[in-house]
Design a protein around this ligand. Structure first.
Ligand SMILES: *[C@@H]1O[C@H](CO)[C@@H](O)[C@H](O)[C@H]1NC(C)=O
Ligand SMILES: *[C@@H]1O[C@H](CO)[C@@H](O)[C@H](O)[C@H]1NC(C)=O
Ligand SMILES: *[C@@H]1O[C@H](CO)[C@@H](O)[C@H](O)[C@H]1NC(C)=O
Ligand SMILES: *[C@@H]1O[C@H](CO)[C@@H](O)[C@H](O)[C@H]1NC(C)=O
Length: 438
């Protein structure tokens, strides 16, 4: 408590408050990192973060557009530095919440269930569930720094703001996972809180490994981002504006606030360079926040609204007329014998899928490594899923399509930098050197 009030006296802005509180002791890190592993059964991307006093490692699923770090506080949360955020506090203001009240379940008060507390609405995207009673709290968080080539010391953040949830919200998460870490664009999501600690621009970069055996990496802070063998993967990024969905629909449908999710402006789709005919209206975000294209690790594969799905898959099959179709393997519909499909450095030799952005010359090209899923030794399937006729978002670019691609999110400038497949540059997202320097 002493620490909090100490901070609050001195500040009027978040920037000052957190850097003041963290300032002493920790040498200024250039960037921070998380190691990320793909879980083979749920296909979720999992990381581990130190939290609480004494510090314990907590497993969390990455939620790219998620608005908060939320964790199960009902089961096994023990910490001497845990503090609830009281109504009207700076923490509640940063979290932009105005719901305030007493926790009604018993026994109370306890961790995650306090009087005079403020609440937000955390989401579990894997079971499509929102919980409106997420209590805002703060506690110690510990995260590893990097010199951009190797890991360095752990940096302790004394007053990290997070959300407490009951155990039921962890349903559908991978085994041993206690919550999710939101990497959304809002101020209590991890990237913004860490940018304040680093005193750096609000930039972070995601590089997910396609392997369940070797870890990918998320960098908080600016590049360069070095991968073995000494390749700066932040070079040669292509940039496109991030689009604000002002109507909240991307994340929390019933709140009248801007979504924490990352939308980009896909204008059209091309297959092997040929335009696919799709209803352009679906690509825009309408007045209720529906439509458009978002990037989300809340789904293992990309999801396309039915008419877009039909148009893209038809064009794909037409272009791949020589391949032998085989029985579908769920959740995919279009599967092929891999025998007569050649292979290239960027995966199976199949038609390139281009997501065309702000102009016809700016596009995100998806190669075989990101479009085809090997379901067994002889069969590969087109890794896109039919999203039905009226999905909230028309195109969701899912986890598989961003593996071994670098995505750099610049929240201050509201731009996305993307690399397309790193396999072209002869590296992968599993090539960060996680061995610390002596
Ligand atoms: C919350 O609990 C406090 C302490 O028990 C009590 O004084 C206050 O009236 C309660 N507020 C509400 C809104 O119930
Ligand atoms: C919801 O957002 C719209 C657009 O920003 C605004 O005009 C309206 O007043 C808001 N409504 C509420 C209830 O806050
Ligand atoms: C399809 O097969 C024909 C005949 O073998 C060949 O000429 C053609 O180049 C092939 N097309 C593709 C796209 O592989
Ligand atoms: C990884 O980094 C460590 C520490 O700097 C170094 O000793 C090792 O040679 C590096 N590994 C590779 C494959 O370069």
């Amino acid at each position: 408590m002493v620490f909090t009030s100490h901070c609050l006296i001195f500040i009027s802005s978040l920037i000052l408050s957190i850097s003041y509180c963290i300032g002493q002791g920790s040498p200024q890190a250039k960037a921070l990192i998380l190691s990320v592993t793909k879980d083979s059964s749920t296909l979720q991307y999992i990381t581990q973060i130190g939290q609480r006093t004494p510090l314990v490692p907590i497993k969390l699923t990455i939620h790219l557009g998620g608005q908060t770090l939320w964790v199960d506080c009902e089961n096994g949360y023990v910490s001497s530095t845990y503090r609830p955020a009281l109504c009207g506090s700076t923490q509640c203001t940063i979290a932009k919440v105005n719901t305030c009240g007493n926790c009604s379940s018993t026994p109370s008060p306890r961790i995650g269930c306090n009087n005079n507390a403020c609440y937000n609405t955390p989401e579990n995207p894997f079971i499509k569930t929102f919980y409106s009673g997420g209590e805002i709290n703060e506690d110690v968080l510990s995260i590893q720094s990097t010199d951009v080539s190797n890991p360095g010391n752990f940096v302790k953040i004394p007053n990290f703001i997070f959300t407490c949830v009951p155990t039921f919200l962890t349903e559908g998460l991978a085994s041993g996972v206690k919550g999710t870490v939101g990497l959304g664009k809002n101020h209590i999501a991890l990237p913004s809180q860490l940018a304040e600690i680093l005193n750096s621009p609000r930039k972070f970069a995601v590089c997910l490994s396609s392997s369940t055996q070797s870890s990918g990496v998320i960098f908080f802070g600016d590049g360069p981002y070095m991968m073995l063998p000494n390749i700066d993967i932040s070079k040669n990024l292509i940039f496109t504006p991030l689009i604000t969905n002002r109507f909240g629909t991307g994340s929390v449908p019933f709140l009248n606030e801007s979504s924490s999710e990352y939308f980009i402006g896909v204008k059209s789709i091309r297959l092997n360079g040929k335009p696919v005919s799709i209803n352009k209206k679906l690509l825009a975000i309408d007045k209720r926040g529906n439509g458009g294209t978002k990037i989300s690790t809340g789904s293992p594969y990309s999801i396309l609204e039915t008419s877009i799905y039909n148009a893209v898959t038809k064009a794909f099959i037409d272009e791949l007329s020589n391949a032998t179709r085989v029985t579908a393997v769920a959740p995919f519909e279009f599967c092929f014998s891999s025998k007569n499909i050649g292979s290239t450095r960027v995966g199976p030799a199949v038609p390139a899928i281009d997501l065309v952005l702000q102009t016809t010359r700016v596009y995100w090209r998806i190669f075989g490594a990101n479009s085809m899923v090997e379901v067994n030794k002889n069969v590969i399937c087109l890794g896109f899923v039919n999203g039905g006729l009226n999905p909230t978002t028309s195109i969701v670019i899912g986890g598989y399509q961003i593996e071994d691609n670098l995505l750099q999110f610049d929240l201050a400038r509201s731009t996305l930098g993307f690399s397309s497949s790193l396999l072209f540059s002869q590296t992968t997202c599993a090539n960060f050197n996680f061995t610390s320097k002596a």
